[in-house]
Design a protein around this ligand. Structure first.
Ligand code: PSU
Ligand code: MN
Length: 340
């Protein structure tokens, strides 16, 4: 039977990165830029489960030191479920898949001469060519992870259609990447800084399977388990989630499966309070014209919600990502078994 790309040897996968970036001629140069840890390389060679982690959340999503402790905690959780974490970032003109604690620390708390840039798909080439350090967004991480054959990726929230996008046209590249990259992306839904119904519409247009994990019928809204918008699909168990993801990987033309894991119900009341701060931050961003500043919009809103909630939003953010890692890794392990 045909297997998803997990079966390809790791070296062949490395070649794909040049390919994925668009031109066979640059493949050799790109290979020279790729740094994969032995642990990740070995896992990819043997078909063991690997779970990718993004780093825009480290460089632009959370303040130090919570960004570092969360990144390390996610790696621990992924290992505790028997998978290998692959934290992805750019450093000094190289693509790193797997970071040492020292490398992670310098990304989380850079000295001022090495401020990291936020790297979505369109930023990959200049950030590499100009030897910048970079935190990769969901889109940037997917391009890199998928190019080496990683099939699972855990994050907090994806980018989406911003409110007012009908005039600003601010629609995250994450949604388009989900439409063309065959892997599982685990999130806690989309933050309500976004327009959730329109985000789901674009995902449908892109052919992305959106499945919500557990008993809730609604797509989750990051800080709260329910957005008020029905999820296209619901999967009640790890094995149903894994079967859906695996089947998606075997389909003829590639898209991602977005697995949405609601924040645990115990945080519900606190989530409602954070929600009020989100509304205020969105209002302020419109009043101050921040909503027209492209890639700065999401980091600005995240920072403002952090200030307004005095740490409560950050605490929930950490809890929900850890929960995503617990559930997402269990699914990743089953997907890897199905792919063997
Ligand atoms: N949403 C969050 N936290 C984050 C992000 C989104 O709740 O840290 C980050 C992710 O890296 C995501 C990126 O891929 O922001 C989306 O940015 P933009 O909207 O500029 O595409
Ligand atoms: Mn944007």
């Amino acid at each position: 039977t045909a297997k998803p790309s997990a079966a390809a040897p790791a070296l062949a996968r490395k070649d794909i990165l040049g390919f994925a970036l668009g031109c066979a001629a640059v493949a050799a140069a790109i290979n020279g830029r790729l740094v994969v840890t032995d642990e990740v390389e070995h896992a990819l060679e043997t078909g063991a489960p690997v779970v990718a982690l993004e780093t825009a959340i480290v460089t632009h999503g959370m303040p130090y030191p919570a960004n570092l402790t969360t990144a390390l905690s996610l790696e621990r959780i992924i290992r505790s479920h028997g998978a290998v974490p692959a934290t992805i970032a750019l450093r000094d003109g190289r693509v790193h898949i797997g970071l040492s604690q020292l490398e992670l620390d310098s990304l989380a708390n850079p000295d001022p001469s090495r401020q990291a840039v936020k790297v979505s798909r369109r930023d990959l080439a200049p950030a590499l060519a100009l030897r910048r350090d970079g935190g990769t967004t969901v889109a940037g991480t997917m391009v890199i992870a998928s190019s080496v054959g990683i099939q699972s990726f855990v994050t907090g929230g994806i980018g989406g259609v911003h409110r007012g996008a009908e005039s600003s046209m601010d629609i995250s590249a994450d949604l388009l990447e989900l439409g063309r990259t065959p892997m599982m992306v685990v999130c806690a839904g989309a933050k309500s800084i976004l327009d959730i119904p329109r985000t789901l519409e674009v995902l449908e247009t892109q052919g992305v399977c959106v499945a919500t994990f557990g008993e809730t019928a609604d797509f989750p809204a990051f800080y709260t388990p329910s957005s008020g918008v029905q999820s296209p699909w619901r999967v009640g168990s790890v094995s149903d989630a894994a079967a859906t993801v695996y089947t998606g990987l075997t389909l003829p033309s590639p898209t991602a499966t977005l697995l949405a894991v609601p924040i645990p119900a115990e945080y519900g009341p606190r989530g409602d309070k954070v929600q009020a701060a989100v509304e205020q931050a969105v209002r302020e961003s419109v009043e101050q014209g921040i909503d027209k500043r492209g890639k700065e919009v999401t980091p600005w809103l995240l920072k403002r919600v952090g200030e307004l909630t005095q740490g409560s939003a950050l605490e929930l953010n950490v809890k929900l990502i850890e929960n995503n890692a617990h559930i997402g890794t269990q699914v990743a392990v089953e997907v890897a078994q199905l792919a063997r």
